[in-house]
Design a protein. Structure first.
Length: 90
């Protein structure tokens, strides 16, 4: 969901692949997509709200990764603020 939003507001001008193309390539490459569950949503309130990072989508990703014991793969340095909450890889 985040990709089409970022494309729509012009945050990814050089990235013209559609959400469907990204999804299909990810499946082809062996990635698995997780549905958002109630447990992920319940855990959202356990994620600290940082004054320097208030993005609700990122916080839901962090809550989901924490519940699933997953690592977040991102080049966004803001995820480093949550190093005590979830493992990230750049």
């Amino acid at each position: 969901m985040r990709l089409p939003i970022k494309q729509k507001i012009g945050k990814l001008p050089a990235f013209d692949a559609s959400t469907q193309e990204v999804f299909e390539q990810a499946i082809h490459d062996g990635f698995t997509f997780l549905p958002i569950t109630n447990q992920h949503i319940y855990n959202y309130n356990n994620i600290p709200l940082k004054t320097e990072h208030r993005d609700p989508f990122d916080r839901l990703l962090i809550a989901t990764a924490q519940v699933e014991g997953a690592t977040i793969l991102s080049s966004d340095g803001k995820f480093q603020l949550y190093g005590n909450v979830v493992k990230t890889t750049w």
